[in-house]
Design a protein around this ligand. Structure first.
Ligand SMILES: *Cc1c(COP(=O)(O)O)cnc(C)c1O
Length: 234
């Protein structure tokens, strides 16, 4: 996909985000677009950054590390949105501004220890496996609040909220109940007081369903295909 097509896509997604916010009575600045650049080479990522994208989402530490130096001239935040193994925690803390995919206390402890060493406070999300899908990462609904409570006590982490990748369904309306459920889980955690008041974020919604996600309270939407076109490989 050519650079001007990517610029056009960025503008279109922007306007769809704005419209969805208006529909939901929300302010546009409550929602951050995470441009999912996995498998996309630096040249095309540059086109998105030039068109105003501020946050990139990558799902592999190694892949992100190879691209970062090539895009160093841009003021951009890199977020990890893919599964992270504990043994890569240190590298992840070094290069990512936020981790959306914390799904165990062990991983949270590793991230906290590395953040301590690097004198940082790392923003993280707890990933929830809403559909209880065997193929997907994330904690079950039953484990969300207990894990949040444990993780909230760790120093050097900023527990921001919840993240989910619901089952893929062609009709985005069918995904709505999953988004709503994630919001309810966030609200429950806040109400019980086991998390800080800053536990407000919801990372949910992808190319096919980000508008519905925004209507249900998403604060980070992760959009890949609609910006960069179909991926060649996963
Ligand atoms: C790939 C990916 C996305 C983007 O998906 P699209 O359908 O291409 O927008 C979002 N979130 C996660 C966790 C992903 O792995």
């Amino acid at each position: 996909m050519a650079a001007d097509q990517i610029a056009h896509n960025v503008a279109e997604i922007e306007s769809r985000i704005t419209t969805a916010c208006q529909r939901a009575g929300r302010s546009r600045d409550e929602v951050t677009l995470v441009a999912v650049s996995k498998t996309v080479e630096p040249e095309r990522i540059r086109a998105a950054l030039a068109a105003g994208v501020k946050v990139l989402g990558e799902n592999r530490v190694q892949e992100a590390l190879t691209k970062m130096p090539e895009l160093a001239e841009y003021d951009v935040q890199w977020h990890l949105i893919g599964h992270l193994q504990s043994n890569k925690a240190r590298k992840a803390v070094e290069c990512f501004a936020a981790i959306h995919t914390v799904d165990s206390f062990k991983l949270a402890e590793r991230l906290a220890a590395s953040s301590d060493e690097l004198n940082q406070r790392l923003p993280i999300f707890i990933e929830v496996n809403l559909g209880d899908e065997a193929s997907k990462a994330g904690v079950t609904e039953a484990d969300v609040l207990p894990l949040c409570e444990q993780v909230a006590r760790l120093p050097h982490l900023a527990l921001k909220g919840l993240m989910a990748v619901p089952p893929f369904l062609d009709n985005p309306e069918e995904v709505r109940p999953y988004f709503r459920r994630l919001r309810q889980l966030r609200d429950e955690a806040l109400k019980t007081g086991i998390v800080p008041a800053s536990f407000t974020q919801l990372s949910m919604g992808m190319s096919n369903d980000f508008e519905v996600a925004i209507e249900e309270g998403a604060t980070f939407v992760r959009v890949g295909t609609a910006l960069f076109g179909t991926r060649q490989y996963i």
